[in-house]
Every structure is written in structure tokens, then in C-alpha cells.
Design a protein around this ligand. Structure first.
Ligand code: SF4
Length: 689
């Protein structure tokens, strides 16, 4: 079989792979990984067993042809819209979507059905970063690159177990450390594998990140490390941000007490940051998945703007996206509060651009329901028909038990997936989706690098790509001329042309470079960072190298942020996250023995002192109860865990764990700006079973 160059379907690093033979191997020519793969990527060929796949559409649980299933979906959606209006229907999609899938579903809902009720599971992943970027930069634009990690002298990792969750980038960082002595600081409540490998670990109390970075801003101001000249040219808001920071950080000891860390260690971090111009601060779900996630993002960006450390090699704030294509979804507007191509709901001229480009008869004019709100609307009957694609919310949404009940009671549920899941079990119509290795399209990595996913095997049975299913329903709803693409290349061309139109006259970004790809050029497309800065050629350009942010005055904004009040002592805090070798609700990885071997079952990590106090021995069963629900887990004691906090992996769904998913117990409190749920710190009671 011919070797095919494609992209790993797991995390936001976006590693290039070569597939088509016995094994999947790393692509030495791909700039993201240069041949490296992590354990999940290296085991990709072992996930291609079709035995468990969905292979034909099911209507009421009975096999049906595509035509019957699609006719039924179109009929039920049309009837629901006619009787209850466009906001009575919704799509819930996924960062596993290729950009072309995202584009089609978003166009159908926002341009033609006339509602903005399409949200993505990326809401659970990086919505707070989007909101923070918009506040600071005027637009959701990622300023940094992976190369910066290798050119930095200090890398600060906040709420990120990079060694397990973005392993190849962690490998690149370790190689850079060996070559140039890069210092690494980790701010994380847990002593993770990443913290173990760092020069300095600050085990922050939950949700004290803003206090830590406000303290850093005050320290930078006091030690003469602010770049007043750069701020004067390129940023505003320093005085207000500093006033807010000083209120949180009257002295180093107060910050250390709020963060629950050793003052000397905190001072060391501050001193290193102040003295190191080439500093990267990378952050992930420990920052984003918080009821104050947007403020955390801005607290981090503030210290980079205050020091002018952005837009130059080896420096900048850097958001690590969890999923392979969270960034692609952001480009085409797959979040309920975005329009495509970064166009804005609250700007009439932006809506006019999109309405004109799509010839959209029913363009949505206001944001739709974000993920948590969306499932609440299903629960209370406002949403009466929902199409869920490439995600398993019954196992992954907070308050999963409530989500399950909401879908069970919903009049009409469509689920597209590759495998049967807890969610497909509740569907009126199940659609078999083509999966990785079978689909054709593009994904965008954390450094906004577009790479191709290319097919190298036939989809099993009648499985088809998601974009095709959404387009087929659109055609049946009466919009055939607007959903008439013959393949992903045509969809990508339209997406790129829209982006170019939306940025017409923009002096900052060169958007149009990809708008004219013909089929052959799309097929041959090598990975490319996009957008490029205006005037830049190829890989050479860097966003914000000369300042010039996409705000009205061209300046970035420091945002005044305050740390939340500490939680009262006494209650445990339940934290959740990934393990090294599993992915999401394990549909792809859970049946691969060598991946299961690393973490055979979901353990509740707890400090030995807490376990002893509660009478919990290693290996005993514990009941974790929160206001949302309860879950039973086997105890694993570890000094990596702070006292008063427990950690449980997020992956085990009803399919793989007899005691059910931890998502049943996670809280649904959300960041007020981003709508991202605070999955990292749900108050909990822990007791022996
Ligand atoms: Fe895949 Fe991420 Fe591993 Fe790279 S680091 S091989 S993208 S899971």
C-alpha cells in the first residue's frame, strides 16, 4: 500500500504521520514533530479494527439506508423548526471534526436554519482562551509557535501536564533543555510527570492562578522589568491591571499564602521570569476549565504584554489546545458565540459580509446556546431536536446524569459516530461516520498550523464523512445549491475564500494565500501556519512582530483581573483530567491492550494522609459525592496529590467502567465570559464505600 502523509487524530500538537503500511510512523518532514510520536500516536494502527464500528444508519435501532435516515432527519428538523422556530433545534459537534465538517455544519445552522445553536465540545477545552485572546488582542489569534519553546530560556507551564497530554511538544522541550539549559517551571496542583521533570514546581491551590500571576505583575513592576517603551507603543491598560494586581498581591507572603506554596519557591519563579527575556508561558486545561478561566488567561497574557514579550522568537503566551482540531473549529465559527471567519454577531457589517457571501436566507443574528446551556435547553424542552456528532456528551459533559436524562426525554436525537457509545444508545437515528484514516480534510494545531488528514483505507460498511451527512440534510431542507460540494477541497476553498473576504483590507494578516487552491494543490498541501502576517513569505512570518493588534487602535489590552476568594477549608475538591495513553471516552483507544496497560483502571488519586484520615486503604473503593452526582472509584494513594484534593481520570465511560463515568459528578458552574465549565475543582465528599 502506498504510504500516505496524514496527521495524528488525537491532541492539539498535530503530529504528522506516515500511514498505509503495517504501522503508523512519525513523519520526519512534518514541522510539528519531525518524526516523533508519543505512545498513542505510535499505536494508531492498532485502533483500526473495524469489529466494533457502526457500519449502517439505524432508524429507531433498526438498520436503514442512508436515504431513509437522511429523509427522516430532514423531515423531523423541518417539522420542529416550522412548529417551534429555529432555536428549537441544535447541533453539538466536536474538535474531532475536520475543518470541512465544521464548516458545513456551521453554515447549515447559522446561515440557513437561522439559529446559532451549534456548539462544540471545544467549549470544554479552550473557550476561555478564545475569550481571553479577544479581550487582550481584539481577536482570537494565537501569537506563538512551537519553535518558541525551543528558543526560550524559560518555559512556564500552567495547568498543563504536557508530558502526558501534549507529549511530543514535551519531548521537543526536553531536547531543547538538554541543548541550551532551558529552565522549566510548572504551576499545577498535582506533582505530575511534567512537574517531576521541571526545575521548579509550584503546587498551586485550586484557582489561585490569577493571584500567582498578579503577584508576578507586581514583582515585575517593582523590579524594573516592565518594558515601558513597548507598552507605550503597543498596549494599553497597564495602570488598571497593576492596580488590580496590587489589591491581590500586597506582598509576596500574601500571594504565597493564597496560592498555598512556599514563598521562597514563588520568589524564585518571579526572579527567573523577571530576568529572562525569552520566556514562554504555556497553559492548558488547568487554566481553561475553570469558572474564572478567562481571567486566568488574561492574567498570564498581562505579564507578557507588560514585558513586551510577545511576537518575537522564544517568547509569548501560548495556549495548548486539547483536541486535534479545536483551532480549525475556531476559524470557521463552530462555537455558538462566533460567526465564521472571526466575524462578529454584534457588528452589522460583519453579518452583512457573511449573509452576502453565503447568500444566506436566514442568517442568525445573535449568539446561540453554549454547551452547558444547550443541554439545559434540551432538559427543559426548549431544544426539541438535536444532532450530536463525533462526541459522547453522556460520558463527557459535566452533570452527565442530567445530560443522559435530557437526551432520553428529548423528542428527537440524531447521533453520528464511528462507534456505539453511551450517547448513540439514546439516539432516534444513528449515523455511521467515517473515521481517521478514512476521512479527507484539514485540521489546525495549537500553533495554528493547518495539516491534511488523508484517507488510506476504506470506511467500513456504509460509513460516510460527517460533512457529507450534514450537506445531504441541507439539500433535503431545500438548499441544494448552497451545499453542493463534490468533496472536501471545494469546501476548503469556500472556507478560505470567506476568510479572505472577511479580512478584505486587513493590513495585519495575509489570509488569501489558501483561497485559490485547486483540487490537486489541496491534495498536495503541505502543512502551513495560517494566517500569515501581511507581507510574510512561507514559514518566516510571525504575528505581532511589530505590535499591531487587531483592535480599533492597534494596541493590545492588559485586562485588570482579580483572584477569586479561596474556598472554605474542609470540603474536598475533585479535579479531573487525562491519563497518558487514553483519549476522551476511550472509543478509539480503550480496546488496545498496550494502551490500556499504562493505566488499567480509573483510580482516585488521594494524598496518603487524607486516605488514612478517611480510613481508605490503597485499593479500597471510595464513593465521591458532589452536588451533581456520585461515582465509585478505587483508591490510589500518592504524594503527588495535595491534601484536600482528589483527582480522577475523565476517560472511563459506561462502556468501559462498571461504576460509570466521573463526569456524573463534575460541576457545571461556568466561566461567565467563555461558558467553559469548571471541571477542575468541584466540591466533593469522599468516603469509604
Ligand atoms: Fe498524536 Fe499528540 Fe501524540 Fe503527537 S503528541 S502523536 S498529535 S497524541
Amino acid at each position: 500500500m502506498t504510504a500516505v502523509h496524514s496527521t495524528c487524530p488525537y491532541c492539539g500538537v498535530g503530529c504528522g504521520v506516515i500511514a498505509g503500511g503495517e504501522a503508523v510512523r512519525g513523519d520526519p518532514a512534518h514541522p510539528s514533530n519531525r518524526g516523533r510520536l508519543c505512545s498513542k500516536g505510535a499505536a494508531l494502527s492498532r485502533t483500526l479494527d473495524d469489529s466494533f464500528r457502526l457500519t449502517e444508519p439505524l432508524l429507531g435501532g433498526v438498520p436503514a439506508g442512508w436515504d431513509s435516515a437522511l429523509d427522516h432527519i430532514a423531515g423531523r428538523f423541518a417539522d420542529t423548526i416550522a412548529r417551534h422556530g429555529p432555536d428549537s433545534v441544535a447541533f453539538y459537534v466536536s474538535g474531532q471534526f475536520l475543518t470541512e465538517d465544521y464548516y458545513v455544519a456551521n453554515k447549515l445552522m447559522k446561515g440557513f436554519i437561522g439559529s446559532a445553536n451549534i456548539d462544540s465540545n471545544s467549549r470544554l477545552c479552550m473557550a476561555s482562551t478564545v475569550a481571553g485572546h479577544v479581550r487582550a488582542f481584539g481577536e482570537d489569534v494565537v501569537p506563538g509557535t512551537y519553535d518558541d519553546w525551543e528558543q526560550a530560556d524559560l518555559v512556564v507551564l500552567v495547568g498543563s501536564n504536557t508530558a502526558w497530554c501534549h507529549p511530543v511538544l514535551h519531548q521537543r522541550l526536553q531536547a531543547a533543555r538538554a541543548a541550551r539549559g532551558t529552565k522549566v517551571v510548572v504551576l499545577d496542583p498535582r506533582r505530575t510527570a511534567t512537574a517531576e521533570a521541571a526545575d521548579l514546581h509550584l503546587p498551586l491551590a485550586p484557582d489561585s492562578d490569577v493571584a500567582a500571576f498578579n503577584g508576578l505583575l507586581v514583582h515585575l513592576a517593582g523590579s524594573g522589568a516592565l518594558d515601558d517603551a513597548w507598552i507605550g507603543r503597543h498596549a494599553t491598560g497597564l495602570a488598571d491591571a497593576l492596580a488590580a494586581a496590587r489589591a491581590d498581591a500586597p506582598c509576596l507572603d500574601a500571594v504565597a499564602a493564597r496560592c498555598g506554596v512556599d514563598p521562597e519557591a514563588l520568589e524564585t519563579f518571579y526572579a527567573w521570569f523577571a530576568a529572562t527575556e525569552h520566556s514562554v508561558t504555556a497553559f492548558s486545561q488547568g487554566v481553561n476549565q475553570s469558572t474564572g478561566g478567562t481571567d486566568k488567561v488574561n492574567a498570564i497574557i498581562n505579564v507578557h504584554l507588560a514585558t513586551g514579550r510577545i511576537g518575537r522568537p522564544g517568547m509569548g503566551p501560548f495556549s495548548l489546545t486539547g483536541q486535534p482540531n479545536a483551532m480549525g473549529g475556531r476559524e470557521v465559527g463552530a462555537l455558538a458565540n462566533q460567526l465564521a471567519a472571526h466575524l462578529r454577531f454584534d457588528h452589522a457589517e460583519d453579518r452583512a459580509v457573511l449573509r452576502d457571501f453565503w447568500q444566506a436566507p436566514n442568517l442568525a443574528t445573535t449568539p446561540g446556546l453554549k454547551a452547558i446551556e444547550l443541554f439545559e435547553a434540551v432538559a427543559d424542552g426548549r431544544v426539541k431536536a438535536i444532532w450530536i456528532a463525533a462526541t459522547n456528551p453522556v460520558a463527557s459533559m459535566p452533570r452527565a446524569g442530567r445530560v443522559r436524562q435530557a437526551l432520553a426525554d428529548c423528542p428527537f436525537v440524531v447521533v453520528s459516530d464511528c462507534w456505539p457509545t453511551d450517547t448513540t444508545a439514546l439516539a432516534d437515528v444513528v449515523l455511521p461516520a467515517a473515521g481517521w484514516g478514512e476521512k479527507d480534510g484539514t485540521v489546525t494545531s495549537s500553533e495554528r498550523r493547518i495539516s491534511r488528514q488523508r484517507p488510506f483505507r476504506a470506511a467500513p460498511g456504509l460509513a460516510r464523512p460527517d460533512w457529507w451527512a450534514f450537506a445531504q440534510v441541507a439539500r433535503r431542507l431545500g438548499w441544494a445549491d448552497h451545499f453542493a460540494w463534490d468533496g472536501p477541497a471545494a469546501i476548503f476553498r469556500e472556507h478560505a475564500a470567506l476568510s479572505a473576504r472577511a479580512n478584505d483590507g486587513c493590513r495585519l494578516f495575509d489570509i488569501g494565500a489558501l483561497a485559490g487552491l485547486d483540487d490537486a494543490a489541496y491534495d498536495a498541501l503541505r502543512s502551513v501556519r495560517w494566517p500569515l502576517p501581511a507581507g510574510a513569505a512561507g514559514e518566516g512570518g510571525r504575528l505581532f512582530a511589530l505590535g499591531g493588534f487587531p483592535t480599533a487602535d492597534g494596541r493590545a489590552r492588559l485586562v485588570p483581573v482579580r483572584a477569586p476568594e479561596p474556598r472554605p477549608d474542609g470540603a474536598f475538591v475533585l479535579n479531573t483530567g487525562r491519563v497518558r495513553d487514553q483519549w476522551h471516552s476511550m472509543t478509539r483507544t480503550g480496546r488496545v491492550p498496550e494502551l490500556a496497560a499504562h493505566t488499567p483502571e480509573p483510580l482516585l488519586s488521594i494524598h496518603p494522609g487524607d486516605a488514612a484520615r478517611l480510613g481508605l486503604a490503597d485499593g479500597a473503593l471510595a464513593r465521591v459525592e458532589t452536588p451533581e452526582g456520585a461515582v465509585v472509584l478505587r483508591v490510589g494513594t500518592t504524594h503527588a496529590q495535595r491534601r484536600g484534593e482528589v483527582f480522577a481520570p475523565m476517560h472511563w465511560s459506561g462502556t468501559f467502567a462498571s461504576h460509570g463515568t466521573v463526569a456524573r459528578a463534575t460541576g457545571a458552574g461556568c466561566d461567565p465570559l467563555s461558558g467553559q465549565p469548571g471541571l477542575k475543582s468541584t466540591p466533593a465528599r469522599v468516603a469509604p464505600l
